[in-house]
Design a binder for this molecule. Structure first.
Ligand code: HEC
Ligand code: HEC
Ligand code: HEC
Length: 92
């Protein structure tokens, strides 16, 4: 019985953490062209807190200013990832 409950708990935990990681790819809508953001690929190199603060999920007030400060600045600092407008903003 104890073993059975432990198994149930482990399964529930795995399911919860997979969901909590959020989508693999996120389309961020923007007038100059939508930005396709590889969320999962970024999770491999960057701590959740760098982008989300203490609570992963919707980022409050996320928009042009926050996005450019967060995304473009890191790409410039690391000299990796897109820094030119059209590399992020793609017209459909
Ligand atoms: C490089 C930045 C970055 C990193 C690192 C990152 N995320 Fe995100 N994440 C985002 C952005 C941007 C969104 C979309 C935010 C929005 O629409 O408010 C998002 C969305 C999410 C969502 C969906 C929110 C919703 O309800 O639509 C979850 C859940 C999430 N992230 C969890 C995580 C977890 C857990 C980690 C660490 C394992 C992580 N993220 C790492 C940038 C990041
Ligand atoms: C803490 C640093 C960091 C932050 C913050 C960050 N990125 Fe990146 N990003 C990278 C790095 C490093 C790469 C290059 C990965 C590689 O070449 O393997 C990258 C690559 C990319 C790519 C190209 C992926 C590809 O397949 O070529 C896109 C698009 C991108 N980032 C969008 C974003 C967006 C949008 C945000 C903000 C929501 C963001 N990034 C935030 C570090 C970051
Ligand atoms: C690293 C990727 C990246 C680069 C490079 C980038 N942007 Fe953005 N931009 C974004 C993201 C992400 C958003 C926010 C989308 C959202 O609100 O969810 C955004 C938002 C915007 C918005 C607001 C759009 C709206 O609908 O409100 C404008 C305008 C904009 N960018 C113009 C530019 C210009 C001009 C450049 C070049 C100087 C540029 N961006 C470079 C990722 C990028």
């Amino acid at each position: 019985m104890t073993k059975y409950l432990a198994g149930m708990f482990a399964a529930a935990f795995v399911a919860t953490s997979a969901f909590a990681a959020g989508p693999e790819t996120i389309t961020l809508e923007a007038k100059p062209g939508n930005v396709t953001f590889p969320h999962k690929a970024h999770q491999a190199n960057t701590k959740c807190a760098t982008c989300h603060g203490a609570k992963p999920g919707k980022i409050e007030g996320f928009g042009k200013d926050k996005a450019h400060a967060l995304c473009v600045e890191c790409h410039k600092t690391q000299a990796k990832g897109p820094t030119k407008c059209a590399e992020c903003h793609k017209k459909a």
